[in-house]
Ligand binder design. Sequence first.
Ligand code: GLC
Length: 535
Amino acid sequence: MNENIKTRLWWQKEILYQIYPRSFQDSNDDGIGDLKGILSRLDHFSWLGVKGIWISPIYPSPMADFGYDISDYENIHPLFGSLADFDELLNEIHARGMKLILDFVPNHTSDQHPWFQESRSSKDNPKRNWYIWHDAGVNGTVPNNWLAAFGGSAWEWDERTQQYYYHAFLKEQPDLNWRNEEVQKAMFNTMRFWLKRGVDGFRVDVMWHLIKDEKFRDNPINPNYQQQMATYDQLLPVYSTDQPEVHDIVRKMREVLDEYDDRMMIGEVYLPINKLVTYYGSKGKGAHLPFNFQLLLLPWEPHQITLAISEYEGALPSDAWPNWVLSNHDQARIASRIGSEQARIAAMLLLTLRGTPTIYYGDEICMRDVPIPFADIQDPQGLNMPDKNLSRDPARTPMQWSSERGAGFTNGKPWLPVDRSYVRKNVAAQRDDTYSMLCLYKKLIALREKEPSLKEGSYTPVYSDHQLISYIREKEGAPRFLIILNLSHRTSYFRSPGIALNGSIEISTAPEIEGMNVKDAIGLSGDEGVIIRLL
Ligand code: GLC
């Protein structure tokens, strides 16, 4: 990695930020966030130093899975606004030197999409083979044992045409048949529709699901299944996901992006590292960034974290650019998984590792998961498996902008409750508080922006034990940084014989010690992390 930073592309240099549009900012008081709302909040990003925005789906949808069930790929849901609002937002984002990535959901459509309506109308409809239809097994049983991610069988019986169709998620989300070239063509054209409009790329939903085993073989039993897991996890999805031919599809998607300048594609891929990295594609002609979810899935334990970072660094193909994620709209928020104090350590980790970080809206003010009364649960994953506490609503609550009623998110009734803490935990309050999470994020982002070692330097692990991890980021000719993170609540001590420790504290999770000189050893308070500028 000795190229000059000028040769880096925008998605390697900038920080990405995920907006869950229903919950970011409401502009018309219907309690649901919208595009005009996002437009009105663009200053937040300029202030924070974030330049890349990814918006979860905003297309027309019956909202069975809150927009991940699309009924028209080339329009905007009226709840969020219009195509004109979209163009205005995109222009304004570009005018600020920022980029916009849309969510692209190619694996399945809504059952209300005209393609599926046609497909299910008769067995000889020209679009029949656009979806995955299968005869019943003997005695009318489902074709195989595949399970749906949101509970139950992945096969739904269609009375009219007497066949089953396959849905990896809800029955309202039938899977497209990506082995069909007409489907490929139609979907690539929907990508072009947005690329021509000027979007800078896509986050591709469930990329590893796109192709399924041609023979529809049964999935094997998962020997590690435990009761609290989703029913889907009873089997290992070895035949229903991650099939070798998926890489042809990803490569073709990449070719579509490459018809335009400077566009990019992130793949949502939940797979072990060795498989994940194959989604960069042969010769790097796959996804620009297959999402790396390790920090979001691993226990918050120093040995495991440091090992995972090294394994990932080791597995990356030579030209592949790394990336890191702490939270998203499908998982518990980082502050709820590891606590608010450790969430500061996580922020420091996210923004000092090598590669593109993605920030989930609200994490920058340390938002936590919000308990939703049973009667108000909206997420189908929660509703379908009520005894397992799997609802994703708690991590999708409205952004807390201010202490005003509705947290500055809405004057109406928010679609999900606002966290009670909003009166004290909000953007406005934290902007004025040097000790806040928001100011920590801002400082970390500014340092990353300024320092070539942090932006694109190498990563070298230094020392870790049962409490802390540490590593050096370094680029030739630029100041070097040692990052030491205490992942425990107890005091811990760094005295590595391996390096001559001499420098000053550039940023600490406890700003009081910033500027302090350190030599030979350093003691850290519980939940403390420091970035040391080495001499
Ligand atoms: C992805 C999305 C998730 C959605 C699912 C089905 O995992 O992130 O929110 O429910 O795909 O589209």
